[in-house]
Design a protein around this ligand. Structure first.
Ligand SMILES: [Zn+2]
Length: 156
């Protein structure tokens, strides 16, 4: 149960450009304390959207989960939304990695406009990247520690 939650949050952190949170490599070699400091430093003041994206082939990029109390939730993105374009760049052939790069490029002013496909229609969603709250950073750290710094990896 907690496992699923932690995965979602870590991926959401990744989408904000925190690549070194090493969610791609679940076995973390740094000490828990080192990691906690590194993640806190990396995410403090960083703007994020709060979506977890799934790459479907064919089908493109689909919103898999929305982080609670995130800009994504506030601006009305929903699970299952298909991402068509972000800030004028087409996403129909994009990988999740390219999506993250475009998102990272928007971090200066944080303004986003998305074209999504939902229930048979295109919609435009205007959103704004916002800094992580301390509470959110704490959650991400807890999730990372639970996922990558325990010896119970087999217990799911
Ligand atoms: Zn770690």
């Amino acid at each position: 149960m907690f496992h699923n939650l932690s995965r979602t949050i870590v991926v959401a952190a990744l989408l904000a450009g925190a690549a070194a949170v090493h969610a791609d490599d679940p076995k973390c070699s740094a000490s828990a304390r080192e990691c906690e400091q590194r993640i806190r430093q990396m995410l403090s003041g960083r703007r994020f959207l709060g979506v977890t994206i799934e790459e479907q082939r064919p089908g493109g990029l689909v919103v898999k989960a929305i982080t609670a109390k995130s800009p994504a939730e506030r601006y009305g993105l929903k699970e299952g939304d298909r991402l068509i374009a972000l800030n004028g760049r087409s996403l129909t052939q994009a990988s999740a990695k390219e999506f993250k790069q475009i998102l990272a490029g928007a971090r200066a002013d944080g303004k986003l406009w998305l074209i999504i496909w939902r229930r048979g229609a295109y919609r435009r969603v205007d959103a704004q990247l916002e800094p992580y709250t301390k509470e959110q950073i704490d959650k991400i750290i807890a999730a990372h520690l639970a996922e990558s710094h325990t010896t119970t990896a087999g217990a799911q």
